[in-house]
Write a protein that binds this ligand. Structure first.
Ligand SMILES: O=P(O)(O)OC[C@H]1O[C@H](OP(=O)(O)OP(=O)(O)O)[C@H](O)[C@@H]1O
Ligand SMILES: NC(=O)CC[C@H](N)C(=O)O
Ligand SMILES: [Mg+2]
Length: 506
């Protein structure tokens, strides 16, 4: 998952995009980028780091223009955290195109070959986003004749992208001198919504991953972009839209509701906060069935993401709710950090226990999910060190047993604590006295209860069902192998090639 945003306005958009990226920072902490379009073309600045570190005043000054887009990145399977892969990406033919993407292409390797052999396009990084911008550019070239462009040609190109590309993709792109494009994959896996703002100078539009970016910047939420749909807003602020996929179906990612999205966002008509409360309600019923009454003295959330679920669970079980762990607000989200070492160290730096809340008590710790077990292992220990008599753990999400290939960085089975383990074995691994997991159906119900129109979900990490239909065992083995055997950094590869050539000359 990454955060993407695009704006068409009548005034400079650099500050608006910066502020939108700050509101989407929870979706990606590795890199950030902004590109704007003006009379002389595009200006772009992107680098590794948090939004506040990537953009200095001088960078902001160098981003003029009334339309633009931005991205905060969290790298996924197949790609690396290298600076070259920070987004957005630029291509210069058939028009100047800048593109940013949230999601993960599952046929990127095959497309790379097609790019080289058939489309005659050079790719310079391992990023699937670079593949995507080149597929779109190639299809736009096929759809246009001459120098001018109309929305029909843009939609034709998006329709071809849907035919060639597999996986998940919510995309914002800019075509120099023409306008802003947004589209969502035909399964509607990753979120994207459209907002509107009326100003003295005319209407402004914003496309963003989450409604929080619209609301926080004074835009009115208009609607979600539909799966397969493309929206094109020209530089004068005129909006065009078209369904570009043959059989679109809506299958939002369940993990967005569990963890990825901000609770104050509404995704595909379901409030993330209300869904998390429901998760707490269903989890409470399961705790009631599995843990004898009187065995829990107090319920505690693992801040931040589990708070609504833990609160509702305590309410339903008529138990005290206490904040026993305090979070250092200057440390980012640990799950989306690169590298297990960094994640592990950050848990203790991030969370600290208030001893008096634990002494002699039997505590029920509630987290939104247990993925690698980094957080839960540390937290159970910390609760014991703080004097807890008994530590029971509950997860508002079901066991994460399968890799994710649609934009969440969980590519290898071995790193998932619940892979190949029973619930009892996971309980032993995290050294808890008891462990209660949400059921998969109850997780889905927690979201459908809020918006009954949502019946199907992308929930592969919980149920192993890969809805795009192209994920074979062999594919999972390959991405797992790639993760365990990373390619040398580009620099090393170039150096070794150089040495090889020099050796040949000798
Ligand atoms: O089992 P793990 O691999 O540790 O992953 C799960 C944990 O990671 C996330 O927290 P994170 O610190 O990223 O963010 P938060 O502050 O939003 O809860 C999530 O909320 C769980 O606490
Ligand atoms: N998490 C994401 O959405 C990542 C987008 C893209 N696959 C990248 O690695 O940059
Ligand atoms: Mg957490």
């Amino acid at each position: 998952m990454c955060g993407i945003v695009g704006v068409v306005s009548h005034s400079p958009v650099n500050q608006l995009l910066y502020d939108a990226l700050l509101l989407l920072q929870h979706r990606g902490q590795d890199a950030a980028g902004i590109a704007t379009n003006h009379a002389n073309g595009f200006s772009m600045h992107k680098a590794n780091g948090l939004v506040r570190d990537v953009f200095r005043t001088r960078n902001m000054r160098s981003l003029p223009g009334n339309t633009g887009l931005g991205q905060v990145r969290y790298p996924t399977a197949g790609s690396s955290s290298s600076e070259e892969e920070a987004q957005p990406f630029y291509v210069n033919a058939p028009f100047g195109i800048i593109l940013a993407h949230n999601g993960n292409l599952t046929n990127a390797e095959q497309l790379k070959v097609e790019m080289f052999k058939n489309d005659r396009r050079h790719l310079n990084t391992d990023s699937d986003t670079e593949v995507l911008v080149n597929v779109f550019a190639h299809e736009l070239q096929q759809a246009t004749t001459g120098y001018s462009l109309d929305p029909a040609a843009v939609f034709k190109a998006v329709a071809m992208v849907h035919k060639r590309v597999r996986g998940s993709y919510a995309v914002v792109a800019q075509i120099a001198g023409y306008g802003l494009l947004g589209f969502r994959d035909p399964y509607g896996i990753r979120p994207m919504c459209l907002g509107f703002n009326e100003t003295d100078k005319g209407s402004e539009y914003m496309l963003a991953s989450e409604s929080v970016a619209l609301e926080g910047l004074g835009f009115r939420f208009l609607r979600d972009v539909m799966p397969g749909e493309a929206i094109f807003i020209d530089n004068d602020g005129k909006l065009y839209n078209q369904q570009c996929a043959d059989n679109p179906t809506l299958n939002p990612c369940a993990f967005e509701f569990v963890y990825l999205a901000r609770p104050d966002s509404v995704i595909d008509g379901a409030s993330v906060y209300a869904s998390r409360l429901k998760m707490g309600e269903y989890l409470a019923e399961k705790v009631r069935r599995e843990i004898a009454s009187g065995e829990i003295d107090v319920v505690m959330p693992i801040p931040d993401s589990s708070r609504p679920a833990a609160m509702e669970l305590a309410l339903k079980l008529n138990l005290d709710y206490r904040e026993g762990f305090i979070k250092n607000r200057y440390i980012g989200r640990t799950f989306i950090m690169p590298g297990q070492g960094l994640r592990k160290k950050s848990v203790r730096q991030k969370l600290n226990a208030i001893g008096s809340e634990f002494k002699g008590k039997s505590v029920l710790l509630v987290d939104d999910s247990i993925v690698r077990g980094t957080t839960s292992r540390e937290i159970v220990q910390m609760a014991r060190e703080a004097g807890a008599k008994r530590v029971i753990f509950a997860s508002a999400a079901p066991p994460v047993k399968f890799p994710n290939v649609y934009g969440i960085d969980m590519p290898t089975r071995d790193e998932l604590i619940a892979y190949g383990r029973t619930d009892e074995e996971v309980c032993r691994e995290i050294t808890a006295d008891a462990l209660v997991y949400q059921d998969v159906e109850d997780l889905k119900r927690s979201i459908s209860d809020i918006n009954p129109a949502l019946r199907n979900f992308e929930a592969s990490c919980f149920d192993g069902n890969y809805i795009t239909g192209d994920i074979s065992r062999d594919y999972l083995d390959r991405i797992e192998f790639a993760r365990k055997n990373p390619k040398p950094a580009l620099e090393d590869a170039v150096r070794s090639q150089l040495n090889l050539n020099l050796a040949r000359v000798d």
